[in-house]
Design a protein around this ligand. Structure first.
Ligand code: IPD
Ligand code: CA
Ligand code: CA
Length: 258
């Protein structure tokens, strides 16, 4: 496990150096499947570096990474990588973006790291060993009074018409008079729940690379994470609700409108 951890940290730090180097500078930007779904040359550069570090130590491990897709091998280990989470922020010089790397063994997440080099914040968790921000242990908030909770969410670029539009769910929270933020990086949203800055986060239609590391970090910080039915969560779920545990049922009720 020690070596896996070292490789995770090396990959996150190397990617962080690249992101920091280019931040607020000049780089090329392309659109993906929609006009505002962006990828920059720095996403690709960061991804290449992370994969190079992992492959150097573990050439037989599988990888899922946002820009290159699945690099499947016959292995129980799978690295789940978002080379920049918060690319729109990054492209606009907004320092809320990060690299996110999770490591899964069979169905269990073992390790997760989320690094925002602009704020010098490195979140890390190991299964059963707790969650940390720059090596200091972190816990979710102790907030029990939902009426004074501080929340965060995000909006997908596309959604199936059969599903209630996320803005309607957002509206219900706002009409309750709750402060709801929108940072633009799901991995950071999850980590900020883990360290108690937010009491709860929900979002529809995230991908495994957005949530893998943050999921473990929330769990290891004592938080609760489920889908919108309150059922156990998988990184491949399309519904993500992460809270400090105390306000989970209140949030489920508003999301489901029941
Ligand atoms: C995005 C961010 C954002 C979320 C989007 C994601 P990207 O990831 O996590 O907060 O709302 O759904 O796609 O594209 O910046 O890696
Ligand atoms: Ca992402
Ligand atoms: Ca990304």
């Amino acid at each position: 496990m020690e070596q896996l951890k070292q490789v995770l940290m090396e990959a996150a730090r190397e990617a962080g150096k690249i992101i920091h180097h280019y931040f607020d500078g000049t780089f090329s930007i392309e659109n993906k499947d929609s006009i505002n779904n962006l990828v920059t040359e720095v996403d690709k550069h960061s991804e290449t570096k992370i994969i190079e570090v992992i492959k150097n130590y573990y050439p037989g491990h599988s990888i899922i990474s946002e820009e290159v897709g699945e690099l499947i091998q016959d292995s129980d280990y799978q690295w789940i990588i978002d080379p920049i989470d918060g690319t729109v922020n990054f492209a606009h010089g907004i320092p809320i973006c990060c690299v996110s790397i999770g490591l899964k063994h069979k169905d269990e997440l073992l390790l997760g790291a989320v690094y925002n080099p602009m704020m010098n914040e490195l979140f890390f968790a190991e299964k059963g060993k707790g969650a940390f921000l720059n090596d200091r242990p972190i816990r979710v908030s102790d907030k029990k009074d939902f009426a004074t909770a501080c929340l965060v969410t995000g909006f997908p670029y596309k959604w199936p018409k059969t599903y209630e539009h996320p803005i309607k769910v957002f509206e219900r929270f706002v009409l309750e008079g709750l402060p709801v933020r929108r940072l633009g990086s799901a991995a950071i949203d999850l980590c900020w729940v883990a360290c108690g800055r937010f009491d709860g986060f929900w979002e529809y239609n995230l991908n495994s690379w957005d949530v893998a590391a943050g999921y473990l970090i929330v769990q290891e910080a004592g938080g609760r994470i489920t889908n919108f039915d309150g059922n156990p969560y998988s990184v491949f779920d399309k519904e993500t609700l992460a809270t400090n545990g105390h306000i989970h049922e209140d949030m489920l009720q508003l999301i489901r409108n029941k």
